[in-house]
Design a protein around this ligand. Structure first.
Ligand SMILES: NC(=O)c1ccc[n+]([C@@H]2O[C@H](COP(=O)([O-])OP(=O)(O)OC[C@H]3O[C@@H](n4cnc5c(N)ncnc54)[C@H](OP(=O)(O)O)[C@@H]3O)[C@@H](O)[C@H]2O)c1
Length: 385
């Protein structure tokens, strides 16, 4: 029986993780659950899974969660320290699925106790790639990617002979605006941006898919997960989201992982690796799909991808500043403060304004995050005035 901690249990990845655990309750048991504010669902999950520990990061909701779990035997805590406590608690796998930079500190805590980390949170590797992978090496922790693209590459990458890899190719659905002209994009609403054609995901990552910032962030993550140079990472638009990513070898062979767009597959793989779990969702029917298409990224309409390559090349604190500015800008877009095209402009201006320095510790990362948040917020404020 493998024990699981779910950081972000009430979100899209968290709920799918619970689906997988419930379908394999003979193999997995969730011991600790963490959310930000959705005490209703968190309490329901904790009772259904018979969890030991439930944490809500918003301290003001402690009493609310405590009341909902009274008599259940589930221990309740609240606040950021309690989130770290959950990550430090003994378990075999930590599902890191908190959205945004709030996921950094608890994921680091899980790595520092040598846990297997099923990594969905993007910001960990984008903001603190070397620091996280060094911590994993030092403490004997394992990072298994949950993102479907990285999970695909993880499954077909020859880690024993990395010199045989020519390049890795990340596929991108192109998001809901893949065929939209720039003028139409200028007036795109939050409701249109979160309506992803293929994947059902949280609001922030859905907007990131619409700007294609998501793919740029995945390029940065891929650099930290796999032993390749920046120039060996490519992106191709593949609207059907069936080929989840590919590895090209020096002899011209290209190996890919395919499947229906359902996050349960990479989640199950991250929990069971090197084993596999039977899943009952709809399987791929290639004859029914008929045709798979691929095309290059339109750099004019989706400048976020090149911006991420440039941030990766610059290194140091710049990817963390980019990711943070994007988080601030997406939130401003979702609350109607800025337009869709302004998201990437805010990110570009933030990384142009922030000083460039090398980062050696999580404290450096937190410093960059604070600086970038302030710069991005000021840019948004000034653009409104
Ligand atoms: N969804 C996907 O298919 C997908 C695919 C690949 C990668 N990812 C990545 O996985 C991460 C999660 O994505 P998602 O789509 O599942 O997001 P989501 O649906 O927005 O869920 C986010 C989860 O994090 C919790 N949370 C937010 N802030 C927190 C904080 N400060 N402390 C503790 N918990 C906090 C939320 O709790 P409340 O519900 O209480 O707010 C919720 O449980 C993101 O980094 C995303 O980029 C997602």
């Amino acid at each position: 029986m493998q024990t699981i901690t779910i950081l972000g249990s009430t979100g899209s990845i968290g709920k799918n993780t619970i689906k997988v655990i419930e379908a394999h309750s003979d193999k997995f048991k969730a011991v600790a659950l963490v959310a930000k504010s959705n005490t209703e669902l968190l309490a329901k999950q904790a009772i259904a899974l018979n969890a030991e520990f439930a944490v809500v990061s918003d301290k003001s909701l402690y009493n609310e969660l405590k009341t909902k779990l009274s008599g259940s035997g589930v221990r309740v805590e609240a606040g950021d320290d309690a989130v770290i406590e959950a990550a430090k608690m003994q378990s075999d796998v930590v599902m890191s699925a908190i959205v945004g930079s709030s996921g950094l500190a608890p994921t680091m805590a899980a790595l520092q106790r040598g846990s297997r980390v099923a990594l969905a949170n993007k910001e960990c590797l984008v903001c603190a790639g070397n620091i996280m992978t060094d911590a994993a090496k030092k403490h004997g922790a394992t990072i298994i990617p949950v993102d479907s693209e990285h999970s695909a590459i993880f499954q077909v990458f020859d880690f024993k002979n990395p010199e045989n890899v020519e390049k890795i190719i990340l596929t991108a659905s192109g998001g809901p605006f893949r065929n939209m002209g720039i003028e139409q994009m200028r007036h795109a609403t939050p409701a249109q941006a979160v309506a992803h054609p293929n994947w059902s995901m949280g609001a922030k990552i859905s907007v990131d898919s619409a700007t294609m910032m998501n793919k740029g962030l995945e390029v940065i993550e891929a650099f930290h997960l796999f032993p390749v140079a920046h120039s060996q990472i490519e992106v191709v638009v593949h609207p059907e989201s069936v080929v989840h990513s590919l590895v090209e070898y020096i002899d011209g062979s290209v190996l890919a992982q395919l499947g229906t767009p359902d996050m349960c597959t990479p989640i199950a793989l991250a929990l069971a690796w090197p084993g596999r779990l039977a899943l009952s969702h709809t399987k791929l029917n290639l004859a029914q799909i008929g045709q798979l298409t691929f095309k290059p990224v339109s750099k004019d309409r989706f400048p976020a991808v090149d911006l991420c390559y440039a941030a990766l090349a610059k290194g140091g604190n710049i990817p963390a500043a980019l990711s943070t500015a994007n988080e601030v800008a997406v939130s401003a877009f979702l609350s109607g403060k800025i337009g869709f095209l302004d998201i990437v402009c805010v990110v570009e201006k933030t990384i142009a304004q922030i000083g460039h320095y090398e980062m050696t510790s999580i404290d450096n990362v937190i410093e960059t995050i604070q600086d970038a948040k302030k710069i991005a917020a000021d840019i948004i404020l000034n653009s409104a005035s």
